[in-house]
Design a protein around this ligand. Sequence first.
Ligand code: SF4
Ligand code: SF4
Length: 163
Amino acid sequence: MTERNARTLAEKATYNLGELAPTGEQVLDLYPVLAKCQGCNNCTKSCQQDLEVMGYISNALCGNIVEVANKSFNCVMCGLCAARCPAEIPPHNIALLCRRLYSRYLVPSAQHLANRVAEIEEGKFDAELAELKKMGESELRHRCSERGIEPQSSNGGYQDVSA
Ligand code: SF4
Ligand code: SF4
């Protein structure tokens, strides 16, 4: 690896995620080198995960953070794409930034989860939990088997996940 490629591999912006905006301008601000992409496709050809690296770099340039996050989901951060980039772009670190922006700001909130947390905080399940806490193991197992949604082992019993 040449000294220049080693430098590209290590190129990583520092930021406080809570102070960022989930926009293309933000990504370009932290990684202005992104604008130097030559469209050579070396990054895609070198990716051991068969990711569309040039594709997500193009999406990053267009400010499509959701698409970058989706296309780079299986990135293992090996850095081969960066080591082969003639423009000294670190695609893996740009994708990491986009996945972080996506997770922090763009993923739709899970309303059903928020509803359940509110129910727990209101004490809706307090009596039932108190009852469960008093039960012995066999009674708990019986109660569990009645649910019908638990994973069954091949012999009809419940899988032993304690090992
Ligand atoms: S760092 Fe990610 S995108 Fe780059 S070559 Fe490795 S797996 Fe592919
Ligand atoms: S290797 Fe670099 S310059 Fe070539 S397409 Fe990928 S990011 Fe762009």
